[in-house]
Write a protein that binds this ligand. Structure first.
Ligand code: NOJ
Ligand code: CA
Length: 536
């Protein structure tokens, strides 16, 4: 089980309102108590923070906001002392516009080797004042920005699939490939156990940069029934990961690569985890599946088949720093498309129903064979912050979409540790880079620890049983897959989730191991509840 730490929102040691590496180190025991095997840290490298650190200005250092390289070394060492593995984020699709390479590219002439590290093109139209193609940015607006020459005259355009502060690199350039191999070595030598690879499906673009004509969906890959977009999931990316895999395999200790690739269908995604490529890929199809028995059955079956076909473990994820937290998402009417943020004035989810379903969904997920990824705070049942004042928003999506999309701030709010402390124990002061809602107290770790039935204890017990029964390495056998109830067996543990309205009976003689909510007086499983049991 891999636990995602979003460093700016996990724990703030120095009280400036932004989480930092010493804060994480000081809280590692929490993760051990919870039952985590590995942590994945979102970026902490020097960055202007145009996209919360996914705009990297130097791949071999730590931003002073988060600490120093010595703090990173200490975090890795202290994690290893506790048996926790450490995965860091690698952002190879783009650099920050503050990266030395991009500044050199701006200072150099069109056609120069400096510009050839990025995707610079002359503009269209008679004066070159139209973007080179019709691609739009994932965050809204055009995917091209025009640069001005040293004399102030308008010049070429550069591609940025995300923010203008995130120019896309040209991966056809051997210099880029050599540089990233060296960045990998830098962190492998410091002892990290692996990398989560950002936008792994985007590095290679179709050579002709053909127009796409479709709106760019936020971080969506290609769907089965549409032609493949010219910017995503091009076959050329796989060669890059094969080269990285050879490098990782030359290190001891089983270092891993995890693809962030928003690619559908599952068979295309499975190509990223063929035996000589990455080890795992996030399963976003699972994250996006509706809360119905047939939809969950279909996505679980497809995911297992696709990864089995290449011999890789399946992965499961319900929340991360880019999506509405599942405790809120599942409180929206079933079938609602995944919203990009929820704010004041938007339809609000049913909070109690969302939490009930989230607990059932998490318990279902944690019984599945494969690797489960948790996002910090979900073990507290934390909801999305859905009344964040728009002035507080920092995700570039909000501005770039012309205020059409609220963006991802609501899932990134600093997490509560102690109900009665300043910033709910996030740091020693009241400072918090995004305001925490008043109801955060009830979710604080110290309000849930040792409290029977709390979400924190639900996760702790689930993770203990998952480990004891080897569920992550098990095999799934379906027991039933109806319209309302799903049931499967993984080793000694049987699982039943009730998606319907009426209570569902357990098989006679079942011995209850764990449940996301109390059973009925008759011992049946109520609506929106998952139970783990041992069959008679
Ligand atoms: C995916 C990351 O998870 C997201 O937060 C970021 O905005 C984009 N990649 C661009 O780096
Ligand atoms: Ca701090």
């Amino acid at each position: 089980m891999i636990y995602q730490i979003y460093p700016r929102s996990f724990a703030d040691a120095n009280g400036d309102g932004i989480g930092d590496l010493p804060g994480i180190t000081a809280r590692l025991d929490h993760l051990v108590e919870l039952g985590v095997d590995a942590v994945w840290l979102s970026p902490f490298y020097p960055s202007p923070q145009a996209d919360a650190g996914y705009d990297v200005a130097d791949y071999r250092d730590v931003d002073p906001l988060f600490g120093t390289l010595a703090d990173a070394d200490r975090l890795i060492a202290e994690a290893h002392d506790r048996g926790l593995r450490v995965i860091v984020d690698l952002v190879p699709n783009h650099t920050s516009s503050a990266h030395r390479w991009f500044r050199e590219a701006l200072a150099a002439a069109p056609g120069s080797p400096e510009r050839a590290r990025y995707v610079f093109r002359d503009g269209g139209g008679p004066d070159g004042d139209e973007p080179p193609n019709d691609w739009t940015s994932v965050f809204g607006g055009p995917a091209w920005t025009r640069v001005t020459g040293p004399d102030g005259s308008p010049g070429q355009w550069y591609l940025h699939l995300f923010d203008p502060g995130q120019p896309d690199l040209n991966w056809d350039n051997p210099d880029i490939r050599a540089e990233f191999l060296d960045v990998l070595r830098f962190w492998l030598d410091r002892g990290v156990d692996g990398f989560r690879v950002d936008v792994a499906h985007g590095l290679i673009k179709q050579a002709d940069l053909a127009n796409w004509r479709e709106p760019q969906e936020i971080l969506s890959g290609n769907e089965a029934d549409r032609p493949r977009p010219p910017m995503w999931d091009q076959d050329g990316v796989h060669e890059i990961y094969r080269e990285w895999r050879r490098l990782l395999d030359s290190y001891d200790g089983g270092r891993v690569l995890v693809a962030e690739a928003w690619v559908e269908p599952a068979e295309r995604l499975a190509r990223y985890v063929r035996p000589d490529e990455m080890h795992q890929a996030f399963n976003f199809e699972y994250l996006q599946a509706s809360w119905t028995a047939p939809a969950q059955y279909a996505v679980i079956t497809r995911s297992l088949e696709a990864t089995d076909s290449v011999g890789a473990p399946t992965t499961w994820v319900l929340s991360n720093h880019d999506v509405v937290r599942h405790a809120s998402r599942l409180g929206l009417p079933v079938g609602t498309p995944r919203p990009n943020g929820i704010g004041i004035g938007d339809p609000q989810p049913d909070a109690a129903l969302g939490l009930r379903r989230a607990r059932a969904a998490s318990l279902l997920m944690l019984a599945l064979p494969g690797s489960a990824y948790l996002f910090q705070g979900e073990e507290l049942g934390l909801p999305e912050h859905m009344t964040l004042p728009d002035e507080a928003r920092q995700d570039p999506t909000w501005e770039r979409s012309g205020h059409a999309e609220r963006g991802r701030d609501g899932c990134r709010v600093p997490i509560p540790w102690e109900a009665d402390a300043p910033s709910y124990g996030f740091g020693p002061t009241d400072a918090s880079w995004l305001p925490q809602p008043p109801m955060w107290a009830e979710y604080a770790v110290d309000r849930q620890r040792e409290v029977p039935g709390s979400t924190y204890e639900l996760y702790r017990t689930a993770l203990r049983l998952r480990r004891e029964h080897g569920l992550g390495r098990g095999t799934l056998y379906w027991l039933s897959s109806g319209d309302e109830v799903l049931s499967f067996r993984n080793g000694e543990v049987s699982v039943l989730t009730n998606f319907g309205d009426a209570a569902a009976p357990l098989p006679a003689g079942a011995e209850l191991l764990h449940a996301s909510a109390p059973l009925t007086d008759e011992g049946a499983v109520p609506a929106d509840v998952t139970v783990w049991f041992r069959a008679a």
